[in-house]
Ligand binder design. Structure first.
Ligand code: HEM
Length: 494
């Protein structure tokens, strides 16, 4: 008995080692993924290489380098393949492969929302509820959207621009507030852009940052954000029930979700989970607005400040809108203002180029190969393998984007047309960004308002090295600040 214990241990160790060796041999010689070029020699047998790069904030750069070395299809780990072709985008994203559980962290109130509804049919049904009110045609013609944008731009954002401003802080706040104003109406949209609300803005942004980056205390921060949104929803619900005229613009998204999830008035009050069904989507959208729109707006103003000739050309283009954009005249938007802003060619090019060069969500958009397997770009992949493409990689495709690290809006004005097919900051297919038209329109309205009234320059206090985008889930500037100096245009013309 005494002797058998070491023997048993030895047998056990031998069995474990043999099973590992057999697994490695099987993977190397028989895995269907063995034909795929490997990002690293160990990629077929271990996920360590890609894990290490992710852990050290070098994910997207490392995947791009792997594609540059090995071509458009690269094996990152035994169960993970990265693609950089238009055909793969069609198969994976238009083909409707499901998201992986990696997206679970986008849940709020421990309640699934659009992002985390993994079943294809349920997802499509849920998306149909809100697709119309985020469509470009609705946004360009709805009076509530126009009034909302006008109020936020002229009464809240533009008056906050004076002297040296941390544009990153203000852009994050603007992103969240524009989304919330569309969702809950202008009377219930946080109000964190105005100077008088600096303390509330900084407190909110601190919570958002702690939650997003999983810093110590992220769970209490998440709960505080969840509670804050519910507190904003309460008066909206009371207003909808009262049937009276409300203050500000209509709570477009809240009302739409409420009609779908709780058509009977009394359900909302008596069944808390119905409110959470609504709030989980609302909060996810606000977060997307804060970080996605915030990062994109801050980088656009930063680049325009570094490119005075492009800034001056944009100001010339905005003259066409005359008094409608003037902070002093107060004429406000006409029914066609949003459409005109949306169609301005240089403004469009500036927005496109920022979303290309500084894609706010630069990393892989993960999907799972369906049970039964699938062929992608000539490779057969078994069900469950994680496949993806990434904006960071696609936006640096050398044959499409010359000098990809430079910010060159001209490429969208003089391009051959291929650029738009490779433009992928919002993903594609049935699960692509719901807020893409909203985000582009808000960017254009804010930039039009800012550059029709101000000239901007990079502050001497801003270290350019700290504007490098993080290689993370979100590409925010390393220094988490962007100091620009604002000078009123009329004042400097006089
Ligand atoms: C510049 C700003 C933004 C960027 C770069 C961005 C990027 C993205 C990307 C890449 C995805 C796709 C993820 C995937 O393929 O799995 C996505 C999905 C999504 N985004 Fe955005 N987003 C932005 C702004 C917004 C805004 C303002 C909203 C608010 C309405 C929003 C709401 C959503 C939703 C709900 C989804 C999930 C859609 C679905 O599952 O059907 N996003 N976003």
């Amino acid at each position: 008995m005494l002797d058998s214990t070491p023997m048993a241990k030895m047998y056990l160790i031998c069995a474990i080692v043999t099973s590992f060796v057999l697994r490695f041999i099987h993977r190397i010689y028989f895995s269907p993924l063995a034909r795929i070029p490997r990002a690293h020699p160990t990629s077929l047998i271990s996920a360590t290489w890609v894990w290490w790069r992710r852990r050290n904030g070098r994910e997207s750069r490392s995947i791009l380098a792997a594609h540059q070395r090995h071509g458009p299809v690269v094996l990152l780990a035994p169960n993970e393949v990265s693609f950089a072709t238009l055909s793969a985008l069609r198969t994976i994203y238009v083909g409707g492969f499901a998201r992986t559980s990696w997206f679970d962290e986008f849940k709020n109130y421990e309640t699934p929302n659009l992002v985390t509804t993994y079943d294809g049919r349920q997802h499509a049904a849920r998306r149909r509820v809100v697709a119309g009110i985020f469509s470009k045609s609705h946004l360009l013609r709805a009076p509530d959207v126009r009034d909302m944008m006008q109020e936020l731009l002229f009464r809240r954002l533009l008056p906050a621009l004076e002297g040296e401003v941390d544009v990153y802080e203000l852009a994050l706040a603007a992103g969240a507030e524009f989304v919330n104003a569309h969702q809950l109406g202008t009377a219930h949209s946080m109000d964190i852009m105005r100077k008088e609300r600096t303390a509330a803005r900084q407190e909110y942004l601190h919570l958002g940052n702690v939650k997003l980056r999983h810093l110590p205390g992220w769970q209490p921060a998440q709960h505080a954000l969840e509670q804050q949104l519910l507190d904003l929803c309460r008066p909206v619900e009371a207003f909808l029930r009262s049937g009276k005229e409300g203050r500000g613009t209509f709570p477009v998204v809240y009302a739409q979700l409420r009609n779908a999830f709780a058509p009977n008035d009394s359900q909302v009050g008596s069944l808390p989970e119905k409110i959470l069904d609504i709030a989980t989507d609302l909060l996810d959208n606000v977060e997307a607005g804060r970080v996605g729109l915030g990062i994109a707006l801050a980088y656009t103003m930063y680049e325009l400040s570094r490119h005075p000739a492009t800034q001056a050309a944009l100001q010339q283009e905005l003259i066409a809108l005359g008094e409608e954009l003037s902070i002093d005249s107060g004429t406000g938007f006409s029914p066609t203002t949003l459409r005109i802003i949306s169609d301005l060619p240089l403004l469009d090019a500036v927005v496109m180029e920022t979303l290309r060069r500084y894609a706010p969500a630069p990393g892989p958009q993960r999907r799972a190969v369906p049970a039964g397997g699938a062929e992608i770009d000539g490779y057969w992949l078994p069900g469950g393998v994680v496949v993806h493409a990434a904006p960071y990689v696609l936006h640096r495709t050398a044959s499409v984007f010359n000098d990809p690290e430079s910010w060159l809006p001209e490429r969208w004005l003089n391009g051959k047309g291929d650029e738009r097919r490779w433009f992928w900051p919002f993903g594609s297919g049935g699960k692509m960004c719901l807020g893409n038209h909203f985000a582009e329109l808000v960017m254009k309205v804010v930039l039009a308002g800012v550059y029709a009234n101000f000239q901007t320059a990079v502050s001497k206090a801003q270290d350019p090295a700290l504007m490098r985008p993080q290689d993370d889930m979100m590409g925010y500037p390393e220094g988490e600040a962007c100091l620009l100096v604002f000078q009123k245009l009329r004042a400097c013309d006089e």
